[in-house]
Design a protein around this ligand. Sequence first.
Ligand SMILES: [Fe+2]
Length: 209
Amino acid sequence: MKTPSRRLLLAGAGASLLPFRHGQAAGLIATPQQTEGPFYPTSLPADMDNDLVQVRGQQAQAMGTVLHLEGRVLDLNGKPVDSALVEIWQCDAQGIYDHPRQPGRERRDAAFQGYGRMLVKADGRYSFRTLKPVAYFGRSPHIHFKVATATGGMLTSQFYIAGDPGNQRDGVFSGIRDPRQRELVEMRLAPAPGLEAGALATTMDIVVG
Ligand SMILES: [Fe+2]
């Protein structure tokens, strides 16, 4: 029997990619909304830049594994959203938020900023230097985020670690039924030695509806 030609194999591969490409061109799926939770800051920290691992004026760096989180804010057509404000907040490496409702708040890592924000430009790009999130009681690891667009749109959600066994038991994550929507909040973490020794990186585009 004749083996299929290379050209035929390539054509087959191209055809299998077509539905995906077509789906992207036709429109994206919006990042699912998730609860804000009880720990959005009641007062914003003095330093609220996009580097949460280093607090201005402090020598110490936050405990934990550094995570470079970056991506774009996109609309449903895949077009970058100009001038959106992206905020993130999360607990420190011990699972403690900087929040009045947080038991044991006094034991928190003061070298962790806990909250950061960034105003994106016309390319829609955002980036944060933060921590790989950790689990705390009742929750799998997650990073809270909120995006406010210049036209008054608001998206509140949470990023999770793809493949974390705790996700299936997490009541908030489990609320997302559609696997395509889940993908939009599942961070695939990869080592990023080129960026920073020992650090991880992930790219998460945020699609606002
Ligand atoms: Fe949380």
